[in-house]
Structures are given as C-alpha cells and as structure tokens.
Ligand binder design. Sequence first.
Ligand code: NAG
Ligand code: NAG
Ligand code: NAG
Ligand code: NAG
Ligand code: NAG
Length: 297
Amino acid sequence: MRLLLLLQVLLFLFTVVARAPTAAHAWRKEGHYMVCKIAENFLTSEASAAVAKLLPDWAGGELAATCSWADDERRKYPWSGELHFADTQGDCQFIYDRDCHNMKGEKDMCVVGGINNYTAALMNSSAPSVDPTVSLMFLAHFLGDIHQPLHCGSVQDYGGNTIAISWYNRTMTNLHRVWDQDIVDKAMKDYYGNDLSIMTNVIMLNITENWSDEEEQWEMCTSKTKTCADKYAMESAQLACDVAYAGVKQGSVLGDEYFFSALPVVRKRIAQGGVRLAAILNRIFSESGSSSRLQSS
Ligand SMILES: *[C@@H]1O[C@H](CO)[C@@H](O)[C@H](O)[C@H]1NC(C)=O
Ligand SMILES: *[C@@H]1O[C@H](CO)[C@@H](O)[C@H](O)[C@H]1NC(C)=O
Ligand SMILES: *[C@@H]1O[C@H](CO)[C@@H](O)[C@H](O)[C@H]1NC(C)=O
Ligand SMILES: *[C@@H]1O[C@H](CO)[C@@H](O)[C@H](O)[C@H]1NC(C)=O
Ligand SMILES: *[C@@H]1O[C@H](CO)[C@@H](O)[C@H](O)[C@H]1NC(C)=O
C-alpha cells in the first residue's frame, strides 16, 4: 500500500515536472534496456567478466547501455535491418525454413538466424570473423526483439506496422509501435513513476518469487548445435495471434481493455528475454576452451 502511494506521488511529480516531448521515441529503448539489465543479473561471474571485456568504452561497463545500438546503427549495417524480426504467414506459427529469410529470399536472414549467427560467432573465439563486440551487441538486441510478439507477426501487415491504431483516443500510432513502445510507456507512467529501474526490479522480483519454476524451462535448450531461438519465435507468433492481433482491426481505438490484457504479456516477455540472453551468454562464455561449438544455422 505504501509503495503504491509512493509510486503515485512519484508519478504525479513526473507528470508535472518532466513531461519531455522527446521521450516518445526513447521508450523503444526501454524494453531493450530492461531485457539486458535483467540478463546482467543472471550472468555467471565468468560470463559477466567476459562480457565486460567486450563492451565498448562508451557503455561504462553496462551491457544494458549497448542494447539499442543495433537500432541506432541500422544505416551503417543496412543488411541487418531484416535481422530484427521474423514475419510469418499469419498462421500463428513460425517455421524456420518457410519464414527465416529476408525480402530477397536469402535464407537465415531473420531474427532467429541472427541470434544463431552471432552466438556462433562469439563461440568461435579462436578465429573470430566478426568483431566480437559487434556480435555481442547484435545478439543482446535480437534477444529483446524476438520476444516482442509482433516481431514475429504477419508479413501481410509487416508485423502490425500497417495497422493504424488510435491509442486511448489520444495518439495515432500503429499496432507494432503499441507493442514496441506505447504499452511500456503507459505502464512506466502508471505504475513505476517513470523509473526504469523500478520497473526492471519489479519484473526481476517476479522472476525469483513467482516464476522460479517456469524460469528453468525458459532457459532450457537441449540443442547442441544451435540456440533455441526458433522456439522463442514460435511463442511470439502465437502470442501475436492470441493477444496482439486479438480483436484489433484497421483503425481500432485501443484503451484499458487492451492494455490490461497486453501488459502481463509484455512483462513476461521482457523477463524471458533477459533470462534467455543470460543463459546464452553463460553457455558461450563457460565453454570457452571446450570443444563445443554452435553452427550458424
Ligand atoms: C552473420 O554475421 C555476418 C557478419 O556480421 C553477417 O554478414 C551476416 O549477414 C550474418 N548472417 C545472419 C543470418 O545473421
Ligand atoms: C570459425 O571461424 C573461422 C574463421 O572465420 C571459420 O573458418 C570457421 O568455419 C568457424 N568455425 C565455426 C564452427 O563456425
Ligand atoms: C508477478 O506475478 C504475479 C503472479 O503470477 C502476477 O499477478 C503479477 O502481475 C506479476 N507482476 C509483474 C510485474 O509481472
Ligand atoms: C508474487 O505473487 C504473489 C501472489 O500472487 C504476490 O502477492 C506478489 O506480490 C508477487 N510478487 C511480485 C514481485 O509481484
Ligand atoms: C474513444 O472515444 C469514443 C467516442 O468518444 C468512446 O466511445 C470510446 O469509449 C473511446 N475509447 C477509448 C478506449 O477511450
């Protein structure tokens, strides 16, 4: 109760004092930041040290500071744009051989291929063909993307990008952006005093308190040669149908009803993204020196 009150007071102060007009596009960064912040907390000390060595100086020793790099640098790596998602045929399923390609039809050029690719690149430390810092930053970003259901949405509407939405009768947006940004934005304001560390910590508490049984399953990956990213894409494709597209039409007005069904999914996907990123990094950096290797696809 008192925490709630504190949050309400904080919320009030933030709404009055700090309504930065430029904040809008930054929220997209918030989801990635939280995924990576959670991952930082689940790294083994060995992996944590290895990651710290690879971080660029500007990261200030913080993995989470690099997790929007892949969005910021899209122009520098134009071919990487299509590695941020894996659009499906609108049948709520992700099928690697059918769906993992870019618009030119080049195989493996989707978020699942990207995760496998940069995991393999990081594991191949003896002869890195890609700058490992770049590999790390792509990998961390793509683990966030793949958990956003509409990054595995339907190719017909570009993962919700062509579905115009009125958000609470106030903002014109599109369905994809609602999931990238608007839901997190509203949750931050309504519940977490616009404080990213509060939201991250609450999600983290939930992982240890309420999702500890599930958490082991989230991490589980028996594949010896790849990551389990195709499974995460499948989950997203199903959540896209069950939650993100559910009841939504071109021009829909979405408000509380939609927000309250989507928010628990958003929080859980952020949690899963973080836990799984850590699991992949732990695997990469605990096996350095062993013979275990991942293939790129
Ligand atoms: C794998 O990484 C290399 C080097 O960054 C890149 O050229 C290639 O397009 C990537 N492929 C996939 C599927 O991610
Ligand atoms: C490791 O990197 C080297 C040099 O780029 C490459 O020839 C080799 O195929 C890679 N090995 C694996 C298992 O990816
Ligand atoms: C934490 O878990 C409980 C029980 O599963 C759930 O009701 C609550 O919404 C969760 N909180 C967050 C922040 O996800
Ligand atoms: C975990 O779930 C219990 C019961 O639903 C709830 O009281 C508690 O607040 C939850 N923990 C978090 C961090 O939300
Ligand atoms: C949007 O505005 C219409 C007309 O005023 C109203 O009927 C509807 O309930 C509003 N929807 C939301 C989500 O606020």
